[in-house]
Design a protein around this ligand. Structure first.
Ligand SMILES: C[S@@+](CC[C@H](N)C(=O)[O-])C[C@H]1O[C@@H](n2cnc3c(N)ncnc32)[C@H](O)[C@@H]1O
Length: 232
């Protein structure tokens, strides 16, 4: 998969792409991530990318034209139009199902807003969907873009050692994950549950399922209601 990110702050994104699993996925050519500086597509001498909002209100809005030209440039290079996502607190709330859906694309582009946001007309003209990472407002779309890329990356074939790594994780099947333990067997008088040492895989699977339900019930009962609705 290739992801092209349009941003005013590529320097914020590079260190994340150069770390841990993302770095390895890029090195192994499972994922390519390119950062495009929107400012390079501003035509005036001062490379202006933002301006004041029409109507009363403070704050600057990103201009339509540099974003449009930046996206045209990406399309020209790719010789295709990638699925374009605008990271926005007004978008649909990001869920694991959406991440799974996005892994099917070969090319994705992401627009990161800043300041008060982006001129609505360029959103109408080129954006395919708006995605929010949560019901709060950040200063820019850069962290949300990297959240999206990171979550997609770990589902791409070859990134994690096996599909089981994510198939039993929180949210993949609508539940939160069961508790996990590692060595030592006893830590500060707390022992690892005996069943995990039993070697009986069937019993361990049942125990984990029950603990996953219990955790979900305690912290996110809404997920259980949703899962029941989806199963009917
Ligand atoms: C300060 S925000 C603009 C908020 C906008 N005025 C509003 O009220 O919807 C600047 C940029 O940060 C990004 N952003 C902020 N919060 C976000 C969130 N929860 N999810 C995704 N992107 C977000 C968007 O790209 C947005 O254009």
């Amino acid at each position: 998969m290739q992801v092209d990110v349009m941003t005013l702050f590529p320097e914020m994104l590079l260190p994340i792409a150069n770390t841990s699993i993302l770095k390895r996925a890029i090195k192994n050519k499972i994922l390519a991530v390119n950062f495009h500086q929107i400012r390079n597509f501003a035509k005036d001498k001062h490379k202006t990318v933002d301006d004041t909002t029409y109507g009363p209100g403070k704050g600057m809005v990103l201009k339509a034209e540099p974003i449009y030209l930046c996206f045209e440039n990406i399309c020209e290079h790719l010789k295709t139009k990638p699925w374009l996502i605008y990271m926005s607190p007004r978008g649909i709330l990001l869920k694991q199902e959406k991440i799974v859906e996005l892994t099917k694309y070969k090319n994705i582009a992401i627009l990161c807003g800043h300041y008060e946001g982006v001129d609505e007309r360029v959103i109408e003209k080129i954006v395919d969907e708006e995605i929010s990472i949560g019901d709060y407002v950040l200063t820019g779309g850069e962290l949300p873009a990297m959240v999206l890329i990171d979550a997609i990356c770990r589902l791409l074939p070859g990134v994690l050692s096996s599909r089981e790594c994510f198939m039993e994780e929180s949210h993949y099947n609508g539940l939160l994950e069961y508790p996990q333990y590692t060595k030592p067997q006893i830590w500060k008088n707390r022992a690892v549950p005996k069943i995990l040492l039993s070697g009986n895989h069937k019993n361990i699977k049942n125990w984990r399922y029950k603990r996953a339900i219990l955790k979900t019930f305690k912290t996110r009962p809404d997920l259980l209601i949703r899962k029941k609705r989806n199963n009917n």
